[in-house]
Write a protein that binds this ligand. Structure first.
Ligand SMILES: Nc1ncnc2c1ncn2[C@@H]1O[C@H](COP(=O)(O)OP(=O)(O)OP(=O)(O)O)[C@@H](O)[C@H]1O
Ligand SMILES: [Mg+2]
Length: 1081
């Protein structure tokens, strides 16, 4: 979609000065500065483009930019020279209107650059094709050629055009270029012979010397050294950023493209070289005998070389520099030239030679670029002419006068055309024409060009007048004739108005141009206007054997001697300006006003006073005022409606009816005062810029609101799309999840179903199995029953045959089977091999009772035997002792069961290791079988005192426990019996044989924890001794003990609970010792 833009969009300052509010010089400059600071070098005044020289390359001339501005309306984009070029080109192509582009501005303001930009733009947008491209190339390449010969470095501009140029580019009906015509105006030829300080001669001289090959230079008889030539200034021969050598190649190349022949190029260079040579010719004074001053050429070498170059005879030229021949009415008068006159003649020749060469170049280029087809064509003229020139301190001379005259004419034509255009537009649009007040500079033009009393006419008159003519006489004449002119000022004016004006020197006059006052110094006016070249010189040149020179000096042809004076420079210029003006008047003008922002050729520097000065003399304010006189702004209904339709509900967003009605509705709705605008046929005219700005402001506000609305809708849309996306995603996720959940549920149900099914099937199968089993059982039962039945039947049948012995056989068989089964069963159920294991399988049949018990006994004996067979000798002895103890005490003494678990250690005291008992052991010479501590019961009170009890094979030894002192040593042979109770106590009495040696003190009543072991050991020793009878063991609860002479009865009773759990022994009387034994122990 094409986006409609406008100049008003993103404006920096105002893009069109017509919209400046308020319009003052200050605001004008401020606007220019603001835009310049933002790299906006172009600003409009209506359709006029103001261009500020940026003095640096800006990226605004790219092919993209060309495309951007191509076919766009003038006010659609920000101001640009391309917009103007496009507008001009399109109205030429589409509306068949011849165009002219007038570029003005002071030296260095960028006119030539602007003209090149316009040409390059047109070349880029117009048609293409081999032929067309060739024409384009030739037109564009004419620039470097003309610049080389017509431009020079000045203090203001390194590439200053020293001539005015007007180029008509011709197009066919399609807008393709056909060719062109170049006109040149007033080349500054004085530069050829003299350049102001800091300036150079025309570029071509330097380009030739530095760029030509050695060979070429030799042919041209030149040396490369610039300092060798008087006409070339030395101080600024080298210009930074200017590559003369490279430019020379460019120029040669351009000349080739434009169509110069090789010999033509050579001729041109020969003329250039000749000018340089000419400058080196010097004269010396020589007095003749008739008293006349003569001049002689100092060194004829340069003259000789120059003549060789030009093909002239040296003598002819030499004479021409010495004599001047004046012909009048068949009379020829020759006068000699003095040195000054000779120099004048030399310089005049050089100037003429060069300027004519330049004009020839233009003619030659024109020949090349001339449109071939004779068809009607459209024309676009580009005028790159010097703008108003005002030098400070009255340094303005004839050239400035001529230039400023030209600019006055241009201003006049500008006003005329602008007003005419304005008026035409009003008429076209049906708007009432309001008279516009403006300054008409026709009066100044008249002051200069009036044929009777104009300054130029008077100068010509002065030049032609016989008698002494000087610049002063010319000024006098002016003072008389122009005295009353309101735009003419002179100190010696006849009306003596300026008699005391010291700013006005005597040799000057001042003209109030439309752009300001300019002070002209009259010096040189007459000479420059005369532009005299002595006929001898032109004839000498004509005689030259050089193809080009001959053409340049046609007046030197002796056959066509014209006694009339050649037209003056002023006259010629006036005539060419007149032609130019009438040419321009037939065309649609487009203006480019170039302004130089500073004097230093520096970028980013905006010198306000300098710009102000230029703005004044370019008449820019005037320009704005004229443009604003009627209506400041106008716009077609459609673009206007398009731009402002959002300001009214009825027109927004679309207006269905005609655009004009829409605009009317819009203006009514906005309540814009009626006097502020008028409706034309196709445009609306807005009187004041503020009305436009009011509309713009409203539009801006509205755009902001619209932006908010768009934002709102966009955000809503974005959120909604996001939401919908989320929703869609959620549905996808949910569907996947549901699918997954359903799958899972299905799997579960399936699994459950399978389980239920399997259970059911299992159950059914089992049921079936049961049924089948039952069926089978039934079948078996039936079979059994039937078998039994059959058996019964058979037996019943056959009973009578085997009843006699069958019973016995069956019985035996059955018994055998039972026994077999019994033994096999017993074998598998046998108890462990432990002798104390009491278990034994239950008997299966009661008739096997006896066998079963017997087998148990046999098994027990066998396993005991097995167990015993594992014993060592010691263990065997221990068990024998234990067995003996069992035989002695089992079921006889209550203490016995407790002793069964206690092993018989024998030596409880470890007597051999105890040093206390060393003595004792040495007393007992046999092996001690038992050593223990026993209580010896006191016979008197029944209390016990501890004694060591040692038993050997032969003796029983009692000793003091503490000291180990031997108390009694009783040979076992003296021992009659041992008595002990049936109870759990450890009391025992060793009864001695009456009459034995040991029996003197009586029996021993002792008490020991190891009673069973002691008695068993005693019994065992006595039973093992062959010489002794078996020891008697008496177990009863009452026995007698011999205490010395007395026999005391020891009686064991069950102790009362109050005595506690200990055994107590009490002497009851002389005959009774009562031992109370606790019942539970
Ligand atoms: N649009 C531009 N962009 C960049 N540089 C520019 C532009 N216009 C001018 N210039 C610079 O300024 C210099 C002077 O410009 P130009 O030669 O066009 O001036 P002029 O008005 O033709 O001066 P004169 O009257 O002396 O011929 C150029 O050489 C160039 O360096
Ligand atoms: Mg120029």
């Amino acid at each position: 979609m094409e986006v409609k833009t406008s100049l008003l969009d993103n404006m920096i300052g105002v893009g069109d000065m017509v919209l400046l509010e308020p319009l003052t010089e200050d605001s004008f400059l401020e606007n220019l500065k603001k835009r310049f600071d933002h790299n906006e070098i172009y600003t409009y005044i209506g359709s006029v483009v103001i261009s500020l020289n940026p003095y640096r390359s800006l990226p605004i001339y790219t092919p993209d930019k060309v495309e951007e501005y191509r076919n766009r309306n003038f006010y659609e984009l920000s101001p640009h020279i391309y917009a103007l070029a496009d507008e001009a080109y399109r109205s030429l192509r589409d509306q068949d209107k011849d165009q002219c582009i007038l570029i003005t501005g002071e030296s260095g303001a960028g006119k030539t650059e602007a003209s090149k930009l316009v040409m390059s733009y047109v070349a880029a947008v117009c048609g293409k094709g081999q032929e067309v491209n060739k024409v384009k190339e030739q037109l564009l390449q004419s620039n470097p050629v003309l610049e080389a010969f017509g431009n020079a470095k000045t203090v203001r501009n390194d590439n200053s055009s020293r001539f005015g140029k007007y180029m008509d580019i011709e197009f066919d009906f399609k807008g393709d270029p056909l060719g062109g015509v170049i006109s040149n105006y007033l080349l500054e030829k004085s530069r050829v012979v003299k350049q102001p300080r800091g300036e150079r001669n025309f570029h071509i001289f330097y380009q030739l010397l530095s760029g030509a090959s050695d060979d070429t230079l030799k042919k041209l008889k030149l040396e490369r050294d610039v300092s060798k030539y008087n006409y070339l200034s030395l101080d600024s021969a080298k210009v930074s950023g200017l590559d003369d050598a490279a430019n020379f190649r460019t120029v040669r190349n351009a000349m080739q493209i434009v169509g110069f022949m090789e010999d033509e190029m050579q001729s041109v260079l020969e003329l250039v070289a000749a000018v340089l040579k000419l400058g080196n010719i010097e004269f010396k004074p020589e007095s003749r005998c008739n008293g006349m001053d003569e001049s002689r050429i100092k060194d004829k070498n340069d003259l000789k070389e120059m003549c060789e170059l030009l093909g002239t005879e040296q003598s002819v030229l030499e004479r021409a520099f010495s004599y001047r021949t004046v012909e009048a009415k068949m009379e020829k008068v020759s006068t000699t030239l003095n040195v000054a006159q000779a120099y004048y003649a030399r310089d005049a020749l050089a100037k003429n030679l060069y300027s004519r060469l330049f004009s020839w170049l233009v003619t030659r280029i024109n020949e090349s670029i001339k449109a071939q087809a004779k068809t009607r064509h459209k024309v676009m003229g580009v005028l790159d002419i010097y703008g108003f020139e005002i030098f400070e301190e009255g340094d303005n001379s004839f050239e400035q006068f001529i230039i400023n005259y030209c600019n006055e004419k241009l201003q006049q034509i500008f006003i005329e055309l602008t007003l005419r255009e304005e008026q035409e537009e009003y008429v076209r649009e049906g708007i009432e024409w309001t008279n516009i007040e403006y300054f008409n500079n026709a009066v100044i033009c008249d002051l200069i060009e009036n044929n009777q009393n104009g300054i130029l006419a008077m100068l010509d008159e002065e030049c032609l007048r016989p008698g002494t003519v000087t610049d002063e006489t010319f000024l006098d004449k002016l003072n008389t004739i122009c005295a009353d002119h309101q735009h003419f000022e002179s100190r010696l004016c006849k009306n003596s108005k300026f008699l005391n004006d010291h700013s006005l020197p005597h040799n000057c006059f001042r003209i109030q141009h439309y752009a300001g006052k300019v002070l002209y110094r009259v010096e040189g006016f007459v000479d420059k206007n005369n532009d005299l070249l002595y006929r001898d010189l032109s004839q000498a040149m004509y005689k030259a054997n050089h193809s080009l020179i001959k053409q340049l000096f046609p007046e030197g042809n002796p056959v066509k001697v014209n006694l009339k004076r050649p037209p003056t420079a002023g006259f010629q210029f006036k005539a060419s300006v007149g032609t130019l003006m009438s040419n321009l008047q037939t065309k649609n003008p487009n203006y480019i006003r170039c302004i130089k922002p500073n004097d230093k050729k520096a970028s980013h520097v905006f010198n306000e006073s300098l710009v102000c000065h230029q703005a004044r003399y370019l008449g820019l304010m005037e320009n704005v005022r004229v443009r604003r006189a009627g209506y400041a702004f106008r716009q077609g209904y459609e673009p206007c409606l398009e731009r402002y339709k959002m300001l009214c509900k009825n027109t927004w967003p679309h207006w269905k009816g005609p655009a004009r009605q829409g605009v009317e509705v819009l203006m009514t709705d906005l309540q814009v005062p009626a006097e502020e605008f008028s409706y034309g046929r196709s445009k609306i005219f807005i009187r004041n810029p503020r009305t436009l700005f009011f509309l713009e402001e409203k539009r801006k506000q509205c755009l902001e609101d619209l932006a908010t609305l768009i934002q709102k809708i966009y955000r809503g849309w974005k959120c909604r799309s996001h939401f919908l996306l989320l929703k869609k995603s959620q549905i996808v996720v949910a569907s996947w999840y549901r699918r997954y959940a359903q799958q899972k549920k299905y799997q579960q149900v399936k699994h459950a179903t399978t389980v239920v099914q399997s259970y059911t099937r299992g159950w059914q199968a089992r049921k079936l199995l049961r049924e089948l089993k039952y069926q089978k059982k039934c079948e078996e039962a039936v079979t059994t029953i039937s078998a039994f039945w059959h058996g019964t039947q058979v037996r019943r049948e056959y009973r009578k045959f085997f009843r006699a012995n069958a019973g016995k056989k069956i019985y035996n068989f059955t018994i055998q089977r039972i026994m077999q089964k019994y033994f096999l069963g017993l074998k598998s159920k046998l108890p462990s091999m432990s002798p104390i294991d009491k278990t034994w399988p239950a008997r299966p049949y009661s008739f096997l009772d006896g066998v079963h018990a017997e087998l148990r006994r046999i098994f027990h004996l066998w396993r005991c035997k097995k167990y015993r067979s594992q014993f060592t000798e010691e263990k065997k002895a221990v068990y024998e002792e234990k067995l003996e103890a069992s035989e002695l005490f089992k079921d006889k003494k209550a203490l016995y069961p407790n002793s069964v678990r206690q092993p018989f250690k024998g030596d409880y005291l470890e007597i051999s290791k105890n040093p206390k008992y060393q003595k004792l052991s040495s007393a007992v010479d046999e092996k001690i079988l038992l050593a223990d501590v026993v209580n010896k019961i006191n016979r008197a009170n029944g209390k016990g005192s501890p004694r060591l009890f040692l038993l050997t094979k032969k003796n029983v030894v009692l000793a003091d426990q503490k000291t180990g002192q031997l108390k009694a040593n009783v040979p076992l042979t003296d021992l009659a019996s041992v008595s002990t109770s049936t109870q759990t106590d450890g009391f025992f009495a060793l009864k001695l044989k009456e009459g034995s040696a040991s029996a003197i003190k009586g029996d021993f009543l002792l008490s020991s924890d190891h009673l069973i072991e002691i008695i068993t050991k005693l019994h065992r020793i006595s039973s093992m001794a062959a010489d002794r009878e078996k020891l008697n063991i008496d177990i009863s609860d009452e026995f007698l003990v011999q205490f010395k002479q007395d026999k005391v009865c020891v009686k064991f009773i069950h102790g009362s609970p109050k005595n506690g759990n200990s055994v107590s022994c009490k002497r009851k009387n002389n005959r009774l010792l009562e031992v109370s034994v606790p019942a539970s122990s």
